[in-house]
Design a protein around this ligand. Structure first.
Ligand code: GUN
Length: 246
């Protein structure tokens, strides 16, 4: 909804990924002043449509729309973002169909890099519903020892310095600097911050961090493409699950 420039880029990238994979997609670009009722009506229609397996409402929504009401309206079976409380609860329990895309992408990067999470000190900086909280759960499911920090954490450096695996998802440009990172740590930067000069920077100050980290993701081109790949994976899974049910 509306014309948030970052959302436009994300939605375009998601549509492009669908095209590349042969996944049919529909876009409903609703104007900023669309009512909540109208949006909910559209979600209900898509919930019922048998040829649609996944529904995603790109966030943020305009101020007059209640984000929670919108997320709750999406059928949990079609909730490919895994934002619905039913899916969030399943992640907590550890028995889930859909994994939130960004934390899932982070886990995939860790796995594909041959890094074993078991017993490692994992520090997640950020506590959002989209990234920080589910990220912590996924690391915990892999037997990591997990600490969640955030912008109000006291002695943050003391905590981040302990991390074997550090995930930055706080949304503050260059918030984590090299001196806050343990020698040899794995650093994953989820932040995508657009600076005044239009440059994209992460939550980690890359130049100082790469000198101490054993592995580090860049921004852009690190976690971002993984998020989209995981969205595609969730969508295929949704289709399979719905066909099994029918
Ligand atoms: N806005 C920022 N990240 C996301 C995401 O992963 N999904 C949706 N729907 N909106 C977002």
């Amino acid at each position: 909804m509306g014309d948030d420039p970052a959302s436009r880029v994300y939605v375009n990238n998601k549509k492009k990924a669908c095209e590349e994979l042969g996944i049919y997609s529909e876009e409903y670009a609703l104007s900023e002043d669309t009512s909540e009722e109208e949006l909910l009506k559209l979600i209900h229609t898509l919930n019922e449509k048998r040829d649609i397996n996944g529904i995603l409402v790109q966030l943020p929504v305009p101020k007059h729309i209640n984000e929670e009401t919108v997320i709750n309206a999406i059928s949990p079976k079609k909730d490919v973002d895994a934002f619905h409380p039913v899916n969030v609860g399943k992640i907590m329990v550890g028995n889930f169909d859909f994994v939130p895309c960004t934390p899932a992408g982070v886990m995939e990067l860790i796995k594909e890099s041959g890094i074993d999470v078991r017993g490692k000190e994992c520090v997640v900086v950020g506590r959002s519903n989209i990234v920080g909280k589910p990220q912590a759960m996924l690391l915990l499911h892999q037997n990591g020892t997990v600490t969640i920090c955030h912008s109000k954490t006291k002695n943050l450096k003391e905590k981040t310095k302990q991390a074997d695996i550090l995930v930055a998802a706080v949304g503050i440009p260059n918030f984590i600097t090299g001196d806050m990172i343990k020698e040899g740590a794995v650093v994953i930067d989820v932040g995508i911050n657009r600076m005044a000069d239009k440059k994209l920077v992460g939550d980690v100050e890359f130049e100082s961090a790469e000198k101490v980290a054993s592995a580090i993701t860049p921004v852009p081109g690190g976690v971002g493409p993984m998020t989209i790949a995981m969205l595609m994976k969730n969508t295929v899974k949704a289709a399979i699950l719905q066909h099994e049910l029918n």
